[in-house]
Design a protein. Sequence first.
Length: 460
Amino acid sequence: MLLRHTSDTIIEREALTVNPAKTCQPVGAMYAALGIHGCLPHSHGSQGCCSYHRSALTRHYKEPVMAATSSFTEGTSVFGGQANLLQAVETIFTVYNPDIIAVHTTCLSETIGDDVNQILQKARDDNYVPEGKFLIHCNTPSYVGSHVTGYANMVTAMVKYFSGKSVTKKNQVNIIAGWCEPSDMREIKNITTIMGIKTILFPDTSDVLDAPLTGHHEFYPKGGVTVPELVSTGDSRYTIGLGSFCSEDAAILLENKCKVPFSVINLPIGLEATDKFVMELSRAAKVHVPDEITEQRGRLVDMIADMHQYFYGKRVALFGDPDTVIALTEFLLSLDMKPVYIVSGTPGNKFGTAMSALLSEKVPEAKYKNGERADMFLLHQWIKQEPVDLIIGNSYGKYIARDENIPLIRVGFPILDRVGHSHFPITGYIGGMNLVVKMLNAILDKEDRECREEKVELTM
Ligand code: SF4
């Protein structure tokens, strides 16, 4: 019993988080920055922070994640990090030659109050930035929000620094990707390609963090949204934001800056959310939904209909990033499953509003919470009070799953102890089928292991 000290008695806590269901802002900013082609993320803080952010991403994506750091020392912490950042900008462009350096701050540089905007302007004024190269930044104090906040801040910085409005509108649609896997971003692009719609997806980590092994090391893989594409987002017809926590701020800024109207919908995980995404695309680009998409949908519906008996009434505990768990909750409800416990470490009122709208009628007994005190400890306590049939979340759920003998399927960030998440999507109708298969196999594997011998069946 690894978590043997978790009791089922819940005591209200005001200043203690145990096993948080989140990580720190710069991890998200770094991931988003990797979705720009030719970008080197830069962590303005100590080496330890940068090492942690890089290793968190490397362990999840199983790819070497490159990033630079201002390498704060004791002296920098007292006198400020301007000299280090200026030196870093010069060295990085000289030695590593990226198209863009995307700077994010850390707890330390935020606490001492470094004005990164001013430092980067000085770097430009003092000619540290070669012609045709760019410096962008966002603030990511990690004592506020979570990695999701950092991701949203870097995505917003892409709009702030690059989006521009020319005289001619372009027949294209922007898609602001919420935090999802490279495989999910690839699947989103597959759907738009099948529908014949020109889109700009940003950020886009496909072909960056799932790049093939070719025998040649590419410091900057071929994937990622390009600077000209980011600039032209201001000329697009429309913007679709996927997941309000990650994309809404950027969509609002793009509308204010370039008058591009937008809507924000859930990440397209599951049947209903993918339906909404496809219909939103169809409306924004004024195209019909092609048969190929309708057939993909039909295959998912068929699979759900065939397997419904195994899902009906199953109690599920979910944890992870808000945009992901909101979409997953909607999907579970459409399968007639019961998402009874849901936590997300990311703060924000939108979470409670979305959960209440989804759950108040269908699963009124559901417990959900987000923010700092919504931790894995609380989730475990709820499960101890009344168990569930399935847990959905990242690798940190394995301790609860093992102690309580509940199947866990790994969805979200980080997944440190399994592979596949970067390559097999959970978005779109195809992703929906992947999710159904994962859930079903986890439930049936347990049943096969534990049922009485006379109940063992060869067929479903
Ligand atoms: S929480 Fe703050 S100090 Fe810790 S790794 Fe993140 S940025 Fe660095």
